[in-house]
Design a protein around this ligand. Structure first.
Ligand code: AMP
Length: 285
């Protein structure tokens, strides 16, 4: 495995791989790798001949300076994990390599980012879509692997790829969770012991909402009414949103007639956590 920080060097290494018609898979990350990222890498290892993991804490997607500044950076450990997982290249550019001049061109998918995280993190998805487009242009992958944990991000990337005719396949990967349901996230490192104990609440609320739907309730408002009290027990917890949306348009659904995405964001102290569950209408319901 090689760790490469320069665009031109990465391109010169990937060129021969392209020429012999081997497939290249990219796993875009911000580092501080955990078992969720490793699942993406495992999938990439299965389906792509050459696996590139990008590690870049992308400044233009952060809406809060303190979140950017305290984002965990663990490149040595990440390298060891990637090497053991059979990654071929880590691409870890610095900000000047990816943004050598003021960025004037952006990719934006506004219709998918009006609600959920998009509503609370202005500019976030524009920053994500722009950096992912840059990574796709640099690496020219055949496949790119994204976690369903960031469902709105996945929807934005899929739409960007489709609308802009980008020649690659987006592969979604299911969310990896701790045994108590908490979705793995690099930001979980910020939780103290007490906060870690309350953090699974978000997943519990999503599961409860799915149960309520399963029992036949079809009004989103009524589901939300049953969920809200769950977040009122602790001073440390603040619910940012809890929505039932269409899995493709990411817009709230009032009366549920087909599959929906139940998605939430919750603050635990100064740490923001997100999670979601896809609820599928089945014949038995
Ligand atoms: P991040 O480093 O947080 O930007 O995440 C990089 C990729 O890993 C994104 O596609 C995320 O959706 C994915 N990811 C993060 N956490 C998880 C998880 N718990 N399970 C599956 N994928 C994840």
């Amino acid at each position: 495995m090689e760790v490469i920080s320069s665009i031109s060097e990465l391109r010169s290494k990937l060129d021969p791989i392209w020429r012999v018609r081997k497939t290249i898979g990219i796993v875009p990350t911000m580092g501080a790798l955990h078992a969720g990222h490793m699942r993406l890498i495992e999938e990439a290892r299965k389906y792509s001949d050459c696996v590139v993991v990008s590690i870049f804490v992308n400044p233009i997607q952060f809406d809060r300076k303190e979140d950017f500044e305290r984002y965990p950076q663990t490149l040595d450990q990440d390298s060891r994990l990637c090497e053991a997982a059979g990654v071929d290249f880590i691409f870890s550019p610095n900000a000047a390599e990816l943004y050598p001049q003021e960025q004037l061109a952006f990719v934006d998918v506004p219709a998918l980012t009006e609600f959920l995280c998009g509503e609370f993190r202005p500019g976030h998805f524009r920053g994500v879509a722009t950096v992912v487009a840059k990574l796709f242009n640099i690496v020219q992958p055949h496949q790119a692997y994204f976690g369903e944990k960031d469902a709105q991000q996945l929807a934005v990337i899929r739409r960007m790829v489709s609308d802009l005719n980008m020649p690659l396949t987006i592969v979604p990967v299911a969310t990896v969770r701790e045994s108590d349901g908490l979705a793995l996230s690099s930001r979980n490192k910020h939780l103290n012991e007490e906060q870690r104990k309350t953090a699974p609440l978000l997943y519990q609320a999503l599961s409860k909402a799915a149960e309520v739907l399963q029992s036949g309730e079809r009004s989103s408002e009524k589901v939300q009414k049953q969920i809200e009290p769950m977040f009122q027990g602790s001073q440390e917890i603040r619910l940012e949103y809890f929505e039932i949306v269409d899995p493709e348009t990411m817009r709230p659904v009032k009366d549920i007639t087909s599959s929906v995405l139940i998605a939430g964001a919750m603050w635990v102290g100064a740490t923001r956590l997100i999670d979601n569950l896809l609820w599928k209408e089945t014949a038995a319901n």
